[in-house]
Design a protein around this ligand. Sequence first.
Ligand SMILES: [Zn+2]
Length: 340
Amino acid sequence: MIVGHQKQREFLRKSADMQKISHAYLFSGQSQLGKKKIALEFIKLLYCSQRQNKFGEGQAGKKPCQDCRFCKDLEKGIHPDFFFVEPQKPEKDLGSISRAEIKISQIRDLVWKLSLRPSLASFKAAIINDAHTLNPDAQNCLLKTLEEPKGKTILILITDYPQILFQTILSRVQQIKFFPVSKSAIENYLKENGYSLKKAQEIALISFGKPGMAVSLAKHPQIMKDQEQEIMEITQFSKTDLVSRFLYVKDLVSKKKDIKETLEIWLRYFRGILLKKIKKSSNFLPEASLQAGGRLAKGGSHYSFNQLRKIIQTIERVKVLIDRTNINQRLALEQIMLEL
Ligand SMILES: [Zn+2]
């Protein structure tokens, strides 16, 4: 089940129906919005045997059946013409300095597989997940394929950080951007799946327009408690002195939690305060951005516009640095604490 993203899905469905398909796409947007699910759905649209008419063309308006061999094999990841590439963890665990990446060998392997004749479908397809983790060699290797595509292939790159990819790659893919979905869409989805109205509202409120997050919050109540706790903690930051904040950072890093997730929570909190401030001085705000902060943005009214902008920029910078470099996490988080 896919929640939201009607425009993007409609665009992809029409492209499939009209056989106007690009050689390469880039699905970009925050994590847990459902980009991977939609990419797979798009490939199902093109492969599903129930959707093809006798001329092998997609029938307008029809969804993938989810039941034919092609749909089922794609879902299980065993379709012989479909490949899924994702970052690999380093072989040796080098502690904090090691990070997962997509290596040139993975891309070479993919390029070779794509060059072979398809066995079941009329073309080959691949998803490269977390494409921002392609290392420079891997990006160069991929670039050659994008410049001179061989045979009929469809490549979908998925990333939370398109700005990290080479400009030359960005210029050769059709970018489709994804945004947080509306709170009501998430709420309805949860209600349809048997959650009470109260629970659905609670989860929709703190999943910040991310269907993937809503599903994991619904399935794992502990994550929800942790998230509420983190939001509580951040509202206290401005009332505490620097020493306490640095101790908090030390504790956070030593717990080896997913720091990126914590930073996202902080970002949403401060964006929420900023939006609340903007809302006061303007009557128009898109629903998706409002609910990204919404009622959670309690307190924080003492921050000025400029302070908030600076805090948000610092958190965003630190988030990219932690994700893409070997920066010392504690020092990086302390930088944020200095801004508060
Ligand atoms: Zn099917």
